[in-house]
Design a protein around this ligand. Structure first.
Ligand code: FAD
Length: 310
């Protein structure tokens, strides 16, 4: 069995692995996709001390750092179930989709998050055929075209500002009466000549033809009138969903599905810690996830020291 088993190989899991391994304890990392969301990121300019890098480079550096230590890296492994220890100080089980079961004295959950779907007709059908989630990755594909951004929170407005510099025109659709993004972002957005904002706007359908997006149908919630805006791309920016479905009923989750953690990263289950985007820790960022992973590893080490001998 492991002393520390980390589930998830993004910045949080990688940092946890390095911190755990440096304590000389048996450390394993099981990850569905090592690197996590960073793999889908283009430029990273806010990881302190690294002026600029890109996602794939950063992900490779995470993996290299982890592999510099004696860590069992199990990539392409999805965890399906967590079984708490039968008695205090007993072994915790993590069951993998492959059928294997891993055992460990402590576990760190760092399964991150993913973009939320808008769940309207056309979204699934036209995914990667005009429906996108990552402006940094897919923005350039829409150069000279008209696109929509669904969502007027920080991520939506940031995406719209970003895309406005790349595409011909951006239309922002916000369900609520007002954009929810920070005032400075909204001000910036409204200063741009090629952006239109629709508030009170409920997206009804992403339309398409010949296997490509050709428009977005929305309902004006004030007038109940429906309108069709012709465009070639739709960026869905309505938040992140934590990858914690598999933990439901085992570990305490917030109403958003985030693993509830204390200041040391401990969860409601003894010996189980959590870090990064899958937790209640606010602000989902690389540097925060990494710091959080380090914290959870130290929390797990602290718990190991206190476990009864033999
Ligand atoms: P993740 O990176 O989500 O990693 C989760 C890990 O868990 C992955 O390895 C995943 O495969 C694995 N996993 C999930 N479920 C399971 C399971 N059941 N079993 C096993 N493994 C599982 N942040 C910044 O600071 N700067 C930026 O410029 C920036 N740009 C971004 C751009 C994009 C397009 C995206 C998507 C995010 C960006 N972020 C940025 C946010 C940043 O990527 C995240 O905050 C950070 O990656 C979170 O790290 P994490 O380790 O908590 O989770």
């Amino acid at each position: 069995p492991y002393d520390v088993l980390i589930v998830g190989g993004g910045p949080a899991g990688a940092a946890a692995a390095v911190y755990a391994a440096r304590k000389g304890i048996r450390t394993g990392v099981a990850a569905e996709r090592f690197g996590g969301q960073v793999n889908d990121t283009l430029a990273i300019e806010n990881y302190i001390s690294v002026l600029e890098t890109d996602g794939p480079k950063f992900a490779a550096a995470l993996e290299a750092h982890v592999k510099a230590y004696d860590v069992d890296v199990m990539n392409l492994q999805r965890a399906d179930k967590l079984v708490p220890a039968a008695e205090p100080g007993g072994l915790i089980e993590v069951q993998l989709a492959s059928g294997a079961t891993l055992k460990s004295k402590t576990v760190i959950l760092s399964t991150g998050a993913r973009w939320r779907n808008v769940n309207v007709p056309g979204e699934q059908e036209y995914k990667n055929k005009g429906v996108a989630y990552c402006p940094h990755c897919d923005g350039p594909l829409f150069k000279g075209k008209d696109v929509a951004v669904i969502g007027g929170g920080n991520s939506g407005v940031e995406a719209a500002i970003d895309l406005a510099g790349v595409v011909r025109h951006v239309t922002v659709f916000e369900f609520m009466p007002e954009l929810k993004a920070d005032a400075v972002l909204v001000k910036k957005l409204k200063s741009l000549p090629n952006v239109t904002v629709h508030t009170h706007a409920q997206t009804m359908e992403i339309t398409g033809a010949d296997g490509k997006v050709n428009g977005l149908r929305y309902k004006d919630r004030k007038t109940e009138a429906e309108h069709l805006v012709p465009l070639q791309g739709v960026f869905v920016q309505i938040g992140l969903v934590p990858n914690t479905e598999w933990l439901k009923g085992t570990v305490e989750l917030s109403r958003f599905g985030e693993v509830v953690v204390d200041a040391k990263g401990a969860t409601s289950v003894p010996g189980v810690f959590a870090a990064g985007d899958c937790t209640t820790v606010p602000f989902k960022q690389i540097v925060i996830a990494a710091g959080d992973g380090a914290k959870a590893a130290l929390g797990a080490f602290d718990a190991l020291m206190r476990m009864p001998v033999g």
